[in-house]
Design a protein around this ligand. Structure first.
Ligand code: B12
Ligand code: SF4
Ligand code: SF4
Length: 300
C-alpha cells in the first residue's frame, strides 16, 4: 500500500476530493492548524508551492474525517500521532531496563509479527470506562468487555478506511510483546490526556477511567496536538497514591513489582460477577485493582 502522498499524486484528484470532503462534512469539520515543510511534499508530488496548501488542507481534513468517524462510536475519543514519535517515547526508553515490559495477562489477541512497512501514523482510541459500568474492566473468557468493544471498533474502522479512502490499516494487539504499542505514551502525544501521579492517562473529562487501543495507518496525516494547560495533579493532595492498598508509590513514584503483587492476587482470586453461565451461576472474572484510578477526582 502506498502512503497517502504517493497514492494521491494527482493534483486534480486532490482538488475534487477536497471539494467533496467539504461538501460532505462542512457541518462538523474542526479547525486544524497545519504547519509543515511544504517543499518536500511539492517535490514528491511534482507540483508548485502554490498548490501545496490544497494538499496540506486535504491532509488535515482527512485526519479530521478519520477522527470524527472514530468518535462517532459512543464513549470514544481519538487522536493521531506519528509512529516514530511513539517509538521514541519514555516507555521505550524504560523498557531497556532489566525489568522488561512486564505484562502477563493472557489475551486471545492475534500476534502481529511484522508491522506494515509503510505505516506512518497511529490512530489512538480511548474508550471511557465509567465506574458505574465495572463490567467493561472484567476479564471474562479471555478478554475484558471494554477491550472487546475496542477491538470491534478497530475492525470496523479498518473496513471504513479501506472503503472510503483506500487507506490500509492494522489494528494492533494489546500486549507490547505481541506487537502492540505502549499506549499511554501514544495517547499523551496525540493529546488524549496527560500522565497523572497515579501513572495513568488522565483524560480531561473522564480522568483515568479510559482504556486504550491503537491502529497503524499507512497514511501521512496531520497529527493531533498534545494537551496544553491541563495539569490537575499540580494542586491535588494525591488521593490516588493514598488509596493504593499496596503502597505501590514509594517516594511518590509508581513501583511495578509492588503493584504486581496485587494484580497477581486478583488473577488468583477471581470473583463471581460475570455473565450467568450454563450452571445458572455467575462466571468467575478477574477484577483488577482500580484503587489508584477510581480515587482520582478528575472526571468523577
Ligand atoms: C504491562 C501492563 C501492566 C502491568 C505493569 C504496569 C506498568 N505500568 O509497568 C501491570 C499488570 C502491573 C498493570 C497494572 C495496571 N494497569 Co496496565 N498495562 C500494561 C500494558 C500492557 C503495558 C504497560 C507498560 O509496560 N508500560 C511500560 C512501563 C515501563 O512504563 P509505565 O509504568 O507505564 O510508565 C510510563 C508512562 O507513564 C510514560 N510517561 C510518563 N510521563 C510521560 C509523559 C509523556 C509526554 C509521555 C509520552 C509518556 C510518559 O513513561 C513511563 C515510563 O518511563 C498497558 C497496555 C499497553 N499496551 O500499553 C496496560 C495499561 C497501561 N494498564 C492499564 C490499567 C488500567 C492498569 C491498572 C489500573 C489495572 C487495571 N484495572 O486494568 C493497573 C494500574 C497500575 C498503575 N498505576 O500504573 C491501562 C491504563 C489506562 C490509563 N487510563 O492509563 C492500559 C493502557 C491498558 C488499557 N486497557 O488501556 N498494567
Ligand atoms: S488523584 Fe490527584 S494526584 Fe492522583 S492522578 Fe488524580 S489528580 Fe493527579
Ligand atoms: S492498581 Fe492497585 S495496587 Fe496497583 S498501583 Fe493502582 S492502587 Fe496500587
Amino acid at each position: 500500500m502506498k502512503n497517502i502522498s504517493q497514492h494521491l499524486g494527482n493534483i486534480d484528484y486532490f482538488r475534487s476530493w477536497q471539494a467533496d470532503l467539504r461538501f460532505r462534512k462542512a457541518s462538523n469539520l474542526r479547525q486544524i492548524h497545519f504547519v509543515s515543510q511544504i517543499s518536500p511534499i511539492c517535490s514528491i508530488l511534482n507540483i508548485s508551492e502554490l498548490e501545496a496548501p490544497i494538499i496540506m488542507t486535504t491532509r488535515a481534513m482527512l485526519a479530521t474525517e478519520i477522527i470524527s468517524q472514530a468518535e462517532s462510536y459512543v464513549g470514544i475519543q481519538a487522536g493521531i500521532v506519528r509512529l516514530e514519535d511513539v517509538l521514541k517515547g519514555p516507555s521505550y526508553q524504560a523498557q531497556a531496563t532489566p525489568e522488561g515490559p512486564g505484562s502477563m495477562t493472557v489475551l486471545d489477541d492475534a500476534q502481529i509479527i511484522d508491522w506494515p512497512p509503510e505505516a506512518q501514523t497511529v490512530l489512538i482510541l480511548g474508550l471511557n470506562h465509567p465506574e458505574n459500568d465495572p463490567r467493561l474492566d472484567y476479564w471474562e473468557k479471555g478478554d475484558t468487555w471494554g477491550n472487546r468493544r475496542l477491538r470491534e471498533i478497530s475492525e470496523l474502522l479498518k473496513l471504513w478506511l479501506r472503503e472510503e479512502y483506500d487507506i490500509a490499516s492494522q489494528p494492533l494487539p494489546y500486549h507490547v510483546e505481541k506487537g502492540g504499542l505502549f499506549l499511554k505514551d501514544a495517547a499523551v502525544l496525540s493529546g488524549i490526556g496527560i500522565i497523572g501521579r497515579n501513572n495513568l492517562l488522565l483524560h480531561p473529562d473522564w480522568g483515568p477511567r479510559i482504556r486504550l487501543r491503537s491502529i497503524l495507518l499507512e497514511a501521512d496525516l496531520k497529527t493531533t496536538e498534545a494537551l496544553q494547560g491541563f495539569s490537575p495533579c499540580e494542586n491535588c493532595e494525591g488521593f490516588c497514591q493514598k488509596a493504593c492498598p499496596m503502597k505501590a508509590f514509594p517516594q511518590e513514584k509508581y513501583n511495578r513489582p509492588i503493584c504486581r503483587k496485587q494484580i497477581n492476587y486478583n488473577v488468583v482470586n477471581k470473583v463471581p460477577e460475570g455473565e450467568i453461565g450454563a450452571n445458572g451461576k455467575r462466571n468467575l472474572v478477574i477484577k483488577f485493582c482500580r484503587a489508584c484510578e477510581l480515587s482520582c477526582p478528575v472526571g468523577a
